[in-house]
Design a binder for this molecule. Structure first.
Ligand SMILES: C[S@@+](CC[C@H](N)C(=O)[O-])C[C@H]1O[C@@H](n2cnc3c(N)ncnc32)[C@H](O)[C@@H]1O
Length: 289
């Protein structure tokens, strides 16, 4: 597989020392449930050493994307508020920074902003609202109810950084050539070809009643979706894409990917979405290379 890939002109070579990080590298600008920042050191050994284009269809806060910074990337997520936010950071970062600076860390303001009807806001006001709520809500969690309304309470912090101007500008530069879209994972993955690297981080298959976090969007991601994803992954694998997938360590997921290489990494996760207590749990890294 590597031989075919190395002949491609837009080949991305991952620099050596990937596990290190320079202090002025762009970082995720949102905190996200299931975010992969803490697992990046463990992931470094699994990233392919070369690939053509990069696809991440469950991008969330994009921890893996920001670590790799591939030259040609396709990022997507079903959460359209999230993708709007990425688009505004890419296309209109100055307006976004101006809008963010108007927000203050104050409980009454928080609930007023949370109650705003996003349909009546401009794209950059919507992006500023999402970043503001993310930086000041309880646990920095993005969670919506069945009508898609953000419903996380106000969080207690000593001095939250609402507008991280420097990082937003770095992210803006990193996103300039990135293709963004909001939608179901299958839509984006139709474009993946031989030699492309696809990193998949779907909502995890629940391993207990309290770990069942499904509030990323108003649509749930149930086992039928996991099966559909596994089918798509097998099609991509046959097509010659390099696949890396994260999920919880449970028999159902191990069965779905029985033909793949399966490794275990340890992550520290919140016990449930209402608590800030954490514990170490095993998670799967599933690979076809
Ligand atoms: C575990 S999170 C990804 C976290 C990300 N890797 C990070 O570092 O922050 C899963 C993401 O999948 C998205 N999602 C849920 N259902 C989806 C679907 N059917 N298609 C695409 N994205 C979906 C959620 O909105 C959420 O952002």
């Amino acid at each position: 597989m590597n031989t075919a890939v190395t002949s491609l002109p837009s080949l991305r070579q991952i620099p050596p020392g990937l596990s290190g990080r320079s202090s002025n590298a762009p970082r995720p600008f949102l905190k996200w449930a299931g975010g992969k920042s803490q697992l990046l050191p463990a992931f470094a050994q699994y990233f392919p050493t070369s690939f053509n284009r990069y696809f991440e269809p469950f991008v969330g806060s994009g921890a893996v994307f920001f670590r790799l910074q591939p030259e040609v990337s396709f990022l997507s997520d079903l959460n359209s508020e999230l993708i709007n936010c990425y688009e505004v950071v890419r296309d209109d970062v100055d307006k976004l920074i101006t809008a963010l600076r108007r927000h203050v860390y104050q409980e009454e303001h928080y609930y007023n902003v949370r109650a705003l009807d996003t349909k009546k806001l401009s794209r950059h006001a919507r992006a500023a609202r999402l970043i503001y709520l993310n930086k000041t809500c309880f646990n920095g969690l993005y969670r919506v109810n069945s009508r898609g309304q953000f419903n996380v309470p106000f969080g207690r912090y000593s001095n939250p950084l609402i507008c991280d101007t420097e990082n937003l500008r770095r992210v803006n530069r990193t996103l300039r050539k990135v293709t963004l879209s909001s939608g179901n994972f299958e839509q984006t993955l139709k474009q993946a070809r031989k030699g492309d690297f696809v990193y998949l981080d779907p909502p995890y298959q629940p391993i207990s009643a309290t770990s069942n976090f499904t509030g990323y969007t108003q649509h749930s991601f149930n086992f039928a979706h996991q099966e559909k994803l596994a089918k798509t992954v097998k099609t991509l694998s046959k097509r010659g894409c390099k696949i890396m997938l994260s999920n919880s360590d449970c028999p159902e997921i191990r069965d779905l990917y029985a033909d793949f290489r399966i490794d275990v990494v340890t992550a520290t996760r919140a016990i449930n979405c209402k608590s800030d207590r954490r514990k170490a749990i095993n998670e799967l890294v599933i690979l076809n290379y």
